[in-house]
Ligand binder design. Structure first.
Ligand code: NAI
Ligand code: MG
Length: 500
């Protein structure tokens, strides 16, 4: 039962005059209690072994909800990355290339099942290390990661149906670099299709969220995956560069910032390496006057506040038809005021911690620019924990297309609102961005959905919903959002060299 109480640890509490949420009903704490089974210090995973880094360097992984260190993570150096690629080449020649698709599939099924067995443990580890609410890691990240292994397990012996009549072969050894916003899920997006298609892998997690990737090594050992098929090397950007430039890497798959993506494109140009880039976004979530309004409010909230807004496909630009703008924005403000910000491990938390101090600084900087450039800021008056990196759910009204907050990826819980009058104006404004990853359309009219989804230059267009994912559905961008597709049949094709 919810009890009405004032949180004594509240700091920086602000009143929002137009709303009566000062005395918000609060739930009692409901912390998730599963043991994440963290070690004091982690190892690299090379050639089927957990090994100390030859670099002898480690860094701390911080819990963004408390700012305290959780464990020590190895920083792989040149000798370690060389070892990982030798192991992968060996794993490919000795084991993986000798297995049938059916047998590769069996390993993927086994990995998926083992991940399901340890889902709660992984969910807690993910929320502790990255700051995301436990309800998201528990109900989205971990189950979706398992689902990707199940899905690509099914493809492993059916590749000829993905490319009927075609001649194709795996790249061989692939280098993969993943970001911090969906650590284990991005690992699954990368490893599952690569293994299904017969490739071996050297993968690097992001430096603020390495724990679940290094725990995943335990699953690979339990699954008795042959040595060298997957190698996990932790470290920061310098380790990533070593992977990108390694001559044994025949393809690079990267998810992260557009700046680093461009650098990788330059580094691989002319080398013959395959490349998949999944980069940033500045999606338009477009609400027409004929939309189911309350449903659209929920969709816009989910579109921007899911995972603290650390989502490349976040609906970070709301385009609202002028006739309903006032009502809609008021409803959004009311809904924002009821979002619970706080302890990521609390089952009632809607918005957890910002992943790192650097990311919090970046959000603060962009929000300041929005105020300075003349947009109107509204923030929830909710309480924030005294420790940890948190940011109030926020929206900017009266944003124009030239504002930085309309053009740059904030990657935080901040919505920028623009208005439009006609369908063609909505299309023009939605496409007026350097990115092209995703978009949302809210309308009662099927014909409008079809017109918009054709006209919008975005890899994914959601209609009357947002942030829905499925392993069968390809995902990827246009323009500065990257190239190549992950997920679905297309995700298979991007891990095969095809001869036509
Ligand atoms: P980042 O692009 O630097 O990091 C992503 C991954 O790339 C990490 O594993 C990192 O260690 C690695 N990396 C960094 N520099 C590298 C290099 N030169 N060569 C190879 N690998 C390298 O992203 P960062 O700095 O953590 O975040 C900055 C901004 O990027 C965010 O504010 C957000 O706007 C955007 N971003 C977008 C993501 C997406 O899913 N599209 C994910 C993460 C960040
Ligand atoms: Mg961390």
């Amino acid at each position: 039962m919810p009890t009405q109480r004032k949180n004594s640890r509240n700091t920086r509490r602000r009143k929002t005059p137009e709303l009566l949420f000062g005395d918000l009903w609060e739930f009692d704490p409901a912390p998730e209690s599963a043991d994440p089974k963290l070690k004091e210090s982690y190892s690299l995973y090379i050639d089927g072994q957990q090994s100390a880094p030859k670099s002898r360097k480690y860094f701390e992984s911080i819990n963004p909800g408390t700012e305290k260190a959780l464990t020590r993570i190895p920083a792989a150096g040149k000798a370690d990355v060389n070892d990982a690629f030798s192991a992968a080449t060996n794993g490919l020649n000795k084991y993986w290339s000798k297995l049938s698709g059916k047998d590769r599939g069996k390993y993927l099924y086994r990995i998926a099942r083992l991940l399901q067995d340890r889902a709660r443990e992984f969910a807690v580890a993910e929320s502790l290390d990255g700051g995301k609410p436990i309800k998201e890691s528990r109900d989205f990240d971990i189950p979706m990661a398992a689902a990707h292994f199940f899905y690509y397990a099914g493809w492993a012996d059916k590749l000829e149906y993905a490319l009927p009549g075609g001649s194709y072969s795996p790249y061989g050894v692939v280098g993969q670099i993943i970001p911090w916003n969906f650590p284990l899920l991005m690992l699954a997006w990368k490893i599952a299709p690569a293994l299904a298609t017969g490739n071996c892998v050297v993968i690097k997690p992001a430096e603020t969220t390495s724990i679940t990737a290094l725990k995943f090594a335990e699953i690979l050992q339990e699954a008795e995956l042959p040595p060298g098929v997957v190698n996990i090397v932790s470290g920061a950007g310098a380790t990533g560069q070593l992977i990108v430039n390694h001559p044994a890497a025949k393809k690079i798959a990267f998810t992260g910032s557009t700046d680093v993506g461009k650098a990788i494109m330059r580094a691989t140009a002319g080398t013959g390496k395959g490349l998949t880039l999944e980069l940033g976004g500045k999606a338009a979530n477009i609400v027409f006057e004929d939309a189911p309004i309350d449903q659209a409010v929920e969709g816009v909230i989910n579109g921007i506040f899911f995972n603290q807004g650390h989502v490349c496909c976040a609906g970070s630009r709301l385009l609202i038809q002028e006739s309903i703008a006032k009502t809609f924005v008021q409803k959004l403000k009311t809904r924002i005021a009821s979002l619970r910000v706080g302890n990521p491990l609390d089952k009632n938390t809607d918005i957890g911690a910002i992943n790192s101090k650097e990311q919090l600084d970046k959000i603060n900087d962009l929000v300041k620019s929005g105020v300075k450039e003349g947009a109107e800021l509204f923030q929830s008056s909710c309480s924030l924990p005294g420790q940890g990196w948190f940011f109030r759910p926020s929206l900017f009204d009266g944003v124009t297309q030239s504002h930085r907050i309309a053009r740059e990826e904030i990657f935080g819980p901040v919505l920028s609102i623009l208005t439009f009058r006609t369908v063609s104006e909505a299309i023009e404004k939605a496409n007026n961005t350097a990115y092209g990853l995703s978009a949302g359309v809210w309308t009662d009219k099927g014909s409008k959905i079809l017109k918009m989804s054709t006209a919008l230059k975005a890899g994914v267009v959601w209609a009357n919903t947002y942030n829905k994912f499925d392993p069968t559905s390809p995902f990827g961008g246009y323009k500065e959002s990257g190239c190549g597709r992950e997920g679905g049949k297309q995700g298979i094709c991007d891990y095969l060299k095809v001869e036509y």
